[in-house]
Every structure is written in C-alpha cells, then in structure tokens.
Design a protein around this ligand. Structure first.
Ligand SMILES: [Zn+2]
Length: 486
C-alpha cells in the first residue's frame, strides 16, 4: 500500500494517513442546502472530494462515503426562518417541491461532471428523530439549555472543559467581542451559543413535534447525527468547503464531544474557494456563472461553450487547498491542455513495442503516485502526465522505445490516472467522430454535384432526401452546397 499524507486542518500540518480500521475509510462531506441551483464553487468542492474518494478506491480501500442533503434547518444569520422554508414561502410551493427541484439539479450537474455518487446520501428531514435524541443527550450532559421552546448549545460551559475553537483556532474571547447581538436571538444566554432546536414561528412552514414543542432542528446538528449514525462516533475524514470550518464544523465537533465524549474526526479536510476574474463570485454584480451556462456558452463572462470534462480538467489543474480563479483565458488554456492530453491518450494504442526500453516507466509511474500521495497533489500529477504525453509522441516518432511489458504498464498507468483518479472523460473521440461525419457528408455532396452535372436528377434528389431524413440540411448557393446538422 502506498504511504499517503493528508493535510489535516485540525493540526494544520501534513500527516501520514492511518485509517481507524485497516483497509477501510469512513468519509463524511457536507452536502448542499437544496434551495437554489448548485453554483460552480460548490461543484469544485464536491469534485475535489470525488477525486479523493476515487484515489482511495484506486488504492484498494473499502470506502463508505457519506454526503448529506440539507433539506431543513439551514438558518441564515439574522433570521428565525431556514433557507428552504423562506424560498417555499416566497414561491408559494411546498418545501419538498423546492427540495426536489434543486436536488435533481444538483444530481444532474454532478453527473455531467462525472462525479461518483456517494455510498449514502442522507437527508436532514429523514433524521429528525436522531436529532431530537442527540439534543436530549446534550441536555442531560448539561451542555445545552431550553428557552421558550428553543434549545441552545452552551458554548461557554462547553469551553470550560473542552476547546471551542480547536478547529478554527478562534479564541472564544474574540468570538464574544466580535459577535453582534441580533434581533430574535435574545433567547440565548450568550451570543455565541447556537441553536440545536428552534421554535417554529406560525409562518414557518417546516415543523416537527418535539419534547420542547413544535419546531425544527438547527443546521449543525444534522451532520453530527448523520455522520455518527453511518460512520460511528469516530471516523477517518470529514470534508467540506473552507467556509464551513467556522462555525459549522466547530459546532459539529462540540456537539459530538457533548454527546459521545470523543473527538469525532481524525482528519479534517477543507477545499478552497473558486473566484472569477480575480474576484469573489456574486450574483448581484454579474461576476457569476452557472454550470449549465458553461455548457451552452450563454454567459457574458465566457467567449464560447466548454465541455464538463474541460472544466473538470481545469479544476484538477489546481490543488484542492489553493484558491482557483475562473476566467475565459484560463479555461481556454485548459481546453488546449485537455485536447493535447486526450490526443496523446488516443495515440497510445497505436504505439509499437520494441525489444528494449529507453524510458524508465517504473520511475515515472512512481512519480504519479508520489504526487497523489502528497496530499492529493493533482497539479503535479498532471505535470507528470504531460511528461507521459512527451513520451508518447517521442515513441510514436521512433525516437524512444518501450518493451511490450513497459508499454502495457505505461498504458495502464495513464488510464488509471486520467480516467479512474482524475475522473476525466475522453470527449476528443466525439470531436474526432464529428470530423469524420463531416468528411462523409462532403463525399456525398460531391457525388450529388456529379449526378446533377450528369442530369441524373433522381440520384441527386435521393442523396438530398436521405440526408434530410438523417437531420442533415443542405443549402445550395453560388459557392456550392453547404450543410448543417440539425
Ligand atoms: Zn455539515
């Protein structure tokens, strides 16, 4: 087994990965709140963890990958209504209609980007019972209190014996100073306390009965109960976007400690954000793009459409912990790189073996693994794959050579990293086929022209009609006949 190092956000250093149970990995990643279309920054986070999931699978681990759907309880800072209920109220729809619409969108988009579905995709609304049980336990352990039908986690009390700030490295004193006291939060003993259960106001649509009255769960709690339920009180990896580190993940640690008296997660991993044209993405300024707009090219920030595979390649060219900036120039450059890589991958099957090898394939292969073993360093891996592209072209030109064994090893390694680990798809094939189709139509147009010159109108019309039947439109003009595929 390869020695893998992971940057642990809890210790802020790279550590050798040792699973809690030999050969098994338990991984939890915070999923989307399904109240709007998934944005490209979120796609990047989920794609990073997809690559990580894929690499563990490739290394032979049995992975249980849990990624939740938040379909209740995601409160915004200054409101006592969660995001889904707000959207449902504004659009006059059932909350579950909102949830369904955006869950479907989420799945369709991730499928286009070739993400493997997680092993379990639990929902907050499907785990209300477990959340109520966890709140009871935290209350029994004296780390929460009830006020007017809501239950809050007592952060100060918790911090007397534990460390609230262990992950975010925030000092609780600073948190107290910086926390604004917001309207509607006056029930709390201290402003940094967070809701485990919120009383539902009459207008609040999503509501459940509980020992504390009608209400709904606080957002942080669902991840604690679902990760515990499916991965155990302690598990290997918890991931999410950098923006979730505080307060969401800090609260998860506190809740788990308060319930189970153990640190829940061995390795915390956080993906960095995606900016656009050097600035934060924002709907209001127009510095924003939806995944579907990339596929159609229908957005002022790009000059043309790009395939999902090109976008995936673009994202994999950056390390998951680095900020990545999306721009038309950057993605155009990635498209060129992607095409160059895929052309070489297509060429590899034509390479002829020799009686000796002039390239050290074993060393090159280990360099690919070394890159991934160093905290999933995909940009270094891709640089190595381009070293492989160079080899392919040199072998094809007869300037370097590989034995049949080395050639097979080379092919397998390229396939493993390009398809299985990076999750790229080879669309270069599709482009190649459409070029061939174009060539075939040109031949038929030439035959039709000759038929017309010979006044063989029957044959000329037959060629035209059969092409139309296939959805290929012909247009006769002064310069000859052109066609378009409808
Ligand atoms: Zn979460």
């Amino acid at each position: 087994m390869q020695t893998l190092t992971i940057y642990n956000s809890l210790t802020n250093k790279k550590e050798i990965f040792k699973p809690l149970k030999e050969g098994y990995v338990g991984m939890y990643v915070c999923g989307p709140t399904v109240y709007s279309n998934v944005h490209l920054g979120n796609v990047r986070t989920f794609m990073s963890f997809d690559m990580i999931y894929r690499y563990f699978l490739h290394l032979g681990y049995k992975v249980r990958y849990v990624r939740n759907i938040t379909d209740a309880g995601h409160l915004t800072d200054d409101s006592d209504e969660d995001k889904i209920s707000t959207k449902a109220r504004l659009e006059k729809l059932e909350p579950m209609e909102i949830v369904q619409r955006y869950t479907v969108d989420f799945h369709q988009i991730l499928q286009k980007f070739n993400l493997i579905p997680p092993s379990i995709e639990p929902t907050a609304t499907g785990h209300i019972v477990e959340q109520i049980e966890a709140i009871k336990t935290i209350l029994e352990n004296g780390l929460a209190y009830e006020v007017n039908g809501s239950v809050y986690f007592d952060v100060l009390k918790y911090n007397e014996t534990e460390n609230y700030g262990i992950l975010s490295k925030r000092k609780i004193e600073d948190a107290i100073e910086n926390t604004r006291v917001l309207e509607g939060q006056s029930d709390k003993k201290n402003p940094q306390d967070f809701a485990l259960w919120k009383k539902a106001e009459p207008k609040h649509i999503q509501r459940w009965d509980s020992p504390w009255g009608i209400g709904f769960p606080g957002w942080h709690l669902e991840c604690t109960v679902m990760s515990t339920k499916y991965l155990g009180e302690q598990f290997d990896i918890h991931g999410g976007g950098m923006d979730l580190k505080f307060p969401h993940h800090e609260c998860e640690i506190a809740q788990s400690q308060a319930c189970n008296h153990v640190a829940p997660v061995k390795y915390w991993m956080h993906g960095n954000m995606l900016t656009m044209n050097g600035k934060k993405m924002s709907k209001s300024t127009g510095n924003n793009i939806l995944p579907n707009e990339i596929f159609t090219g229908d957005n002022k920030n790009i000059s043309k459409a790009y395939t999902a595979s090109v976008v995936r390649f673009f994202m994999m060219q950056a390390h998951y912990r680095s900020i990545l900036d999306f721009s038309d120039d950057a993605i155009l450059a990635s498209e060129k790189g992607y095409n160059r890589l895929m052309e070489a991958v297509n060429l590899i099957n034509n390479l002829k073996p020799s009686s000796s090898s002039s390239i050290d394939i074993k060393k090159w292969k280990q360099q690919c693994y070394d890159a991934m073993n160093d905290d999933f360093n995909t940009p270094i891996l891709i640089a190595n794959l381009f070293e492989g592209v160079k080899f392919i072209n040199l072998i094809n030109d007869g300037k370097e050579s590989l034995t049949i064994e080395d050639l097979n090893k080379f092919k397998t390694t390229i396939d493993t990293f390009v398809y299985d680990v990076l999750g790229l798809e080879n669309n270069a094939d599709g482009a190649d086929n459409s070029n061939k189709l174009g060539g075939v139509v040109e031949i038929l147009l030439q035959l039709r022209k000759e038929a017309r010159e010979n006044k063989d109108w029957a044959l000329s019309d037959r060629i035209r009609d059969e092409l139309i039947a296939l959805g290929i439109q012909l247009k006769d003009g002064k310069e000859g006949t052109t066609f378009s595929v409808g």
